[in-house]
Design a protein around this ligand. Structure first.
Ligand SMILES: Nc1ncnc2c1ncn2[C@@H]1O[C@H](COP(=O)(O)OP(=O)(O)O)[C@@H](O)[C@H]1O
Ligand SMILES: [Mg+2]
Length: 364
């Protein structure tokens, strides 16, 4: 899995029982090297020669996927011939389901060549073709591993935040709630040259500005849309932030100013506020929110979320799955589902016309 944060790749090697219940056997992660990260980042917006650049970047991406697959095999003392498939998400560079497309850079044929293992990829396009958002695809998987006898919410804090609402005896619901780390990462990179704010420590030097927080919350129609809905870096990026920030800076009391840290603290509060608002509206009966994804490591964000929510906020570790493994494991499960002919699409979540078998196979 490599998500919208563009931080790197997470791999898990898992064994599934007959019902699709996973056991994690090995895991590996790697950050993107700065050049690949820069290239992938730049491919999120149109630029010169993007077809050739995309193809080459996809090849570099799967070279890293293959390296991590090899690491997990060594850890588990298994050989390629013992693995039934790799689920390879690819790198989302455009997500416009309302226009009929979502685009993940990937090179599954090369990955199959490099590893000698069958590859299942392109998980989102069929759901979009069936009129759905193509995202989030994880709620059905979350339901399988995290459902319990009370209402639970899973909040994944990657580049974008998405929730899954699990109620006993009901189908899972889920949708994107807004940015998780995407804006915070970009703002941090701009001012500190660090790709993310480790543990939210830099932002914690600042103070939340309520006027800016209100502007971010109120001046974005997407946030008010009912589900099904999904979003990406196409929307939540520094170009989105700029006019909202200028609006507030132009209205500050004379003699006052905002530091970059104040703005980071406000972006952190914005992530918490949008997620809390979605939970309050669609899961007011939630007894527990389990965090996963990289943002679960950010104690400032965890603090803001707990302050904004009336229920317990903890992490998926408490339910037996590491916060960094959940997304990767979900795509391993989607590969399992594809191979078993399970229609893993969830029309109630994505708005598609029906549940479809997701993905396509490149044989070993
Ligand atoms: N120790 C940490 N402190 C604060 N933020 C972190 C930490 N570790 C990871 N993150 C955040 O999590 C992001 C990566 O999360 P991840 O779940 O991999 O997202 P994605 O699925 O979009 O790749 C990083 O870009 C960073 O913003
Ligand atoms: Mg990541």
């Amino acid at each position: 899995m490599s998500g919208t944060s563009l931080d790197g790749v997470d791999a898990v090697l898992a064994k599934f029982d007959a019902l699709g219940k996973p056991t994690v056997i090995a895991r590996a992660s790697s950050a993107f090297d700065p050049a690949l990260r820069k290239t992938l980042f730049s491919l999120n917006t149109s630029g010169p020669d993007e077809l050739a650049r995309s193809s080459l970047a996809a090849n570099d991406l799967v070279a890293l996927y293959a390296k991590l697959v090899a690491q997990t095999l060594v850890q588990a003392k298994l050989s390629a011939s013992q693995i039934s498939a790799i689920g390879a998400h690819g790198q989302t560079v455009r997500h416009q389901p309302s226009l009929g497309y979502t685009l993940q850079l990937n090179a599954p044929a090369l990955l199959a060549e490099l590893t000698g293992i069958a590859v299942v990829a392109d998980f989102r396009s069929r759901d979009v073709a069936a009129g759905g958002q193509g995202a989030p695809l994880v709620p059905v998987f979350h339901a399988g591993i995290f459902s319990t006898d009370y209402t639970r919410v899973i909040l994944n804090l990657g580049g974008i935040a998405n929730i899954t609402i699990l109620r006993p005896g009901a189908d899972p619901l889920g949708f994107d709630t807004g940015p998780a780390n995407a804006l915070m990462d970009s703002w941090c990179q701009l001012h500190t040259q660090q790709s993310f704010d480790v543990d939210g420590a830099w932002g914690a030097e600042g103070l939340v500005n309520q006027a800016l927080l209100d502007r971010l919350n109120n001046a974005e129609p997407w946030l008010k849309l009912p589900p099904p809905k999904s979003t990406g870096r196409d929307l939540f990026n520094l170009k989105w932030l700029e006019p909202r920030l200028q609006y507030c800076l132009g209205r500050l009391a004379p003699g006052t100013s905002l530091t970059p840290q104040d703005i980071q603290a406000t972006l952190c509060a914005f992530t918490a506020a949008t997620a809390a608002q979605a939970i309050d509206t669609y899961a007011p009966d939630a007894r527990e929110v389990l965090l996963c994804g990289g943002g679960a490591n950010n104690s400032a964000l965890r603090k803001d979320l707990q302050a904004a929510l009336p229920c317990t906020v903890t992490t998926t570790d408490s339910a037996g799955v590491g916060t960094q493994d959940v997304e990767a494991l979900a795509f391993a499960w989607l590969a399992w589902a594809h191979q078993h002919g399970v229609a893993a699409g969830n029309p109630k979540v994505t708005g598609a016309r029906g549940a479809r078998i997701l993905g396509a196979t490149w044989p070993a």
